[in-house]
Design a protein around this ligand. Structure first.
Ligand SMILES: Cc1ncc(COP(=O)(O)O)c(C=O)c1O
Length: 390
């Protein structure tokens, strides 16, 4: 039997130079302005870098300070509601249509003064024309672009981006507020001025996790059994495995709001240099999955864009995941396995109130599109899914 391959590789777009930099933990003093300048060029909006996307969300919400409610999709990561509460606000949850918030429901519900958290789940674009119409009605649109990295069709007053290790572009950890509004950017900068970068222990652990996992993943073609076992063991060693959410965040704790780590900025800058190849690869992978697994790809997930992960629907995602593992394919943590991911996280969401999101969470698999997925691996994933879903 072939060894179990872990298809999730943290910070898959890093080179050996970045692995060395992550381990050396040394960055030039101008790393953050250089990173911001590169991101500004790519996004065609001004940006302010933060320690994470959840910190960027808190900053954007504090700056936008909506007088009304915060409308958000009940299909998200727990970091999002935690950030909203950290900003002193509460979420009004709405169900999804596909994997994104149901814009019909938003149009029925939204009042002037409300803020819409417009999350582009998996990188699937929300309809920017409808977002603009909501903005025209006095709804503040804040785009959560954590799952995509581009400045196309921006309709929101501000957008947030993530550079966490599983996102389109990786700095290990980090996030951005982006906006074309100079006053908003100035306020976000002022908000950041009072912040500290992440505690060294936290950022070192995050960067070490990516460096170790990438190094072992590179050995997989030569030593598949050993490298795969070593990666799984490393994931269990706290010194080598940073969690995506710490226990306090899982129990609904507030976000530790931070400015960006300069080493992460230096790493993100190097990743941005290879953005085109990264997006091209993701796009090719999406085309491949969509053409090979067409019957499992719902119309809303069949888009001509580079997705951070390609969603496919099966009858029972948990059972298929177990069967995939028996076929030697480990897709890693399922996005999203519950309306508020990960399952069991504490939040104000009332179970049963978003039936579409709950059904989606039981049926969705999200396939990796990152640059370390070779055509052979993608073909293996497709074969395993066909067998497992049969
Ligand atoms: C949609 C969405 N927004 C925001 C975040 C928070 O990103 P970060 O890990 O950079 O804080 C996540 C978490 O992964 C997410 O999935």
């Amino acid at each position: 039997m072939s060894p179990l391959r872990l298809l999730h590789v943290p910070s898959p777009d890093w080179t050996w130079r970045q692995v060395r930099l992550a381990l050396a933990q040394a960055a030039p003093s101008d790393a953050i302005p250089l990173f911001e300048a590169a991101a500004r060029d790519r996004l065609r909006m001004d940006v302010v870098a933060f320690g994470s996307c959840r910190s960027a969300l808190v900053a954007a919400l504090r700056v936008l300070a909506p007088p009304g409610r915060v409308l958000a999709p009940a299909y998200t990561c727990v970091a999002v509601p935690n950030a909203v509460r950290t900003a002193g606000l509460e979420i009004t949850w709405l169900d999804v249509a596909g994997a994104n918030i149901d814009l019909d429901a938003v149009e029925r519900t939204a009042q002037p003064g409300d803020l819409l958290l417009a999350q582009h789940t998996y990188g699937l674009p929300l309809d920017s024309r409808r977002l603009r119409q909501l903005a025209d009605r006095g709804v503040t649109v804040l785009e959560d672009r954590a799952h995509r990295f581009d400045g196309d069709d921006v309709a929101g007053l501000a957008s947030v981006y993530s550079f966490e290790h599983s996102k389109v572009v990786s700095a290990g950890i980090g996030g951005l507020v982006a906006s074309a509004d100079p006053a908003l950017i100035e306020s976000a900068r002022r908000f950041r001025a009072d912040l500290e970068p992440p505690a060294q222990a936290v950022s070192r652990r995050a960067l070490r996790t990516s460096a170790v996992q990438i190094s072992l993943a590179a050995a997989e073609p030569m030593l598949p059994s050993f490298a795969s076992l070593a990666r799984r063991v490393a994931r269990r060693v706290p010194y080598l495995a940073a969690p995506s959410q710490d226990p306090s965040e899982l129990s609904g704790g507030l976000v530790d709001v931070r400015s960006m780590d300069p080493v992460a900025a230096a790493l993100g800058l190097l990743s941005l240099e290879r953005l085109e190849a990264n997006l091209r690869h993701r796009w090719d992978m999406c085309h491949y999955y969509q053409s090979e697994l067409g019957e499992l790809v719902p119309p809303w997930a069949s888009v001509d864009r580079p997705l951070v992960r390609q969603p496919v629907l099966v009858a029972d995602a948990e059972a298929t995941t177990r069967r995939l593992r028996r076929h030697g394919v480990d897709l890693g943590v399922r996005w999203f396995e519950a309306p508020i991911h990960p399952r069991g996280s504490a939040s104000s969401y009332t179970p049963g109130s978003a039936p579409n999101a709950e059904a989606l969470a039981t049926r969705v698999l999200s396939l990796p599109t990152h640059v370390r997925i070779t055509p052979e691996m993608a073909a293996r994933v497709v074969r395993a899914i066909r067998d497992a879903a049969a």
